[in-house]
Ligand binder design. Structure first.
Ligand code: GLC
Length: 410
């Protein structure tokens, strides 16, 4: 059950009857959670909240918000914004510092810093994210493995052996699934492959570094697995398709964000009790990493009900709601005390230090500001081209020169 709104009487007295629109989640059970929380908030405060799910692909929801902001539309009051957007959207967002600075102190300082632009707190951390590996414990055992893979090469070998066996009874079975579609998720996945192979982070220290031998090798290694241990269709998969394949019992390994844990362990999953999570594998010359993802809540400068909107954000980013979201939806809390809470850790084993302390890698948003989305598109389209058959040596020089142009145009 969603928690009650802590300061409900005071909010009701001031803002009762106002109407706000929240552009929220659409991946996994995110929309169901948003509706339940909005309903509780309305009941307690009398502020009516219309919840509109954003497009599932992060880059598409970016484009939709960018259009609304540039036309100064008052149709959006609160929006869920990706961890890579605060720099780009800051001019359109309300500074939440005067009202929410105290609550912000409860949240991880690094995310609060990410959401602070030019001294203004333009968004409040809502939930975090990092890439993890899901693996079938029952199948590892069945095929003689005692532990999940440590390197990508091991993962490819194990995936092949398990797939060869399982395909006999399930023609849909795949060794490994991930987010291979040409969209923001692929920028996240490929960052993990490349960084975990010692190939950098696309742009390092303001310089484009993507066209290097280690990046080429790992990207080509993934390319040659398409259609072998992954279905051809993985090049169109986003998060939901990945989760469906794994939770339907059709994959041995999956890369996804923590939200998949709760769905996999829940009613309706075919793999409940049969899977584990761990850090992602790494390349020959690197170590395991996880891409930093996550979502913030922001209030639009064009909102006609800014105060009511801020109270909604206060509620949604409160310890009670983060605990509820972590336990019912397995989303990563950004409030330090909630992430350590025993009940939260019990339902979310990816919060155990051995997994949660994996080095995090970030997308190059800080070098790109308002050009991030454009640059990420160059990256994910290029990587998707590699996955669909073009050797990395032909694609990486093009990505490099286009990223260079974007950096120069700033
Ligand atoms: C998750 C992450 C977000 C990322 C997106 C890509 O939602 O939290 O940061 O951009 O996946 O698909």
């Amino acid at each position: 059950m969603p928690p009650r709104v802590p300061n409900r009487a005071a909010i009701k007295a001031k803002y009762h009857g106002q109407k706000i629109t929240f552009v929220g989640d659409s991946v996994g059970n995110g929309h169901v959670r948003d509706l339940a929380l909005a309903k509780r908030f309305t009941k307690d405060t009398g502020i009516k909240v219309t919840v509109v799910p954003h497009p599932a692909a992060s880059d598409q929801s970016y484009a939709q918000l960018a259009r609304a902001f540039s036309s100064k539309s008052s149709s959006i009051d609160v929006a869920m914004i990706d961890v890579v957007w605060p720099g780009a959207f800051a001019p359109y967002l309300v500074n939440l510092k005067p009202k929410l600075a105290k609550q912000a102190k409860l949240h991880l300082a690094s995310i609060v810093a990410n959401d602070t632009i030019g001294g203004k707190l333009v968004a409040m951390p809502w939930f975090g994210d990092y890439g993890i590996l899901y693996y079938r414990t029952d199948l590892l055992k069945k095929y003689g493995y005692t532990a999940p893979p440590k390197t990508w090469t091991q993962l490819f070998q194990m995936a092949k052996k398990i797939q060869d066996g399982e395909k006999k009874s399930n023609s849909n079975f795949a060794g490994f699934v991930f987010q291979g579609n040409a969209y923001e998720g692929l920028t996240c996945d490929a960052l993990e492959w490349i960084a975990s192979a010692g190939g950098g982070h696309y742009i390092d220290g303001g310089k484009v570094t993507i066209d290097n031998a280690k990046a080429r090798t790992i990207l080509d290694a993934f390319r040659t697995q398409i259609g072998k241990i992954t279905p051809q269709g993985v090049t169109t998969y986003q998060e939901d398709q990945t989760e469906h394949a794994f939770d339907n019992g059709d994959a041995a390994f999956a890369r996804n964000w923590p939200y998949q844990y709760g769905i996999g362990a829940g009613a309706g999953s075919k793999v409940a009790g049969k899977f584990g999570v761990t850090v992602l594998p790494h390349g020959a010359a690197g170590g395991s990493v996880g891409t930093v993802g996550g979502w913030q809540l922001a209030v639009s400068k064009f909102s006609k009900h800014k105060n009511a909107a801020i109270e909604f954000v206060r509620y949604m980013t409160s310890p009670g709601v983060e605990k509820f979201d972590a336990i019912s939806n397995s989303n990563v809390p950004t409030i330090v005390s909630v992430a350590k809470n025993k009940a939260v850790v019990k339902t979310n084993p990816y919060l155990k230090p051995a997994i949660a302390s994996v080095p995090r890698v970030t997308r190059p948003a800080k070098f790109l500001g308002t050009h991030y989305n454009e640059a990420s598109k160059v990256i994910y389209q290029g990587v998707n081209q590699i996955l669909t058959g073009t050797p990395a040596s032909r694609v990486l020089p093009q990505i490099k020169s286009r990223l260079q142009q974007i950096l120069n145009s700033k």
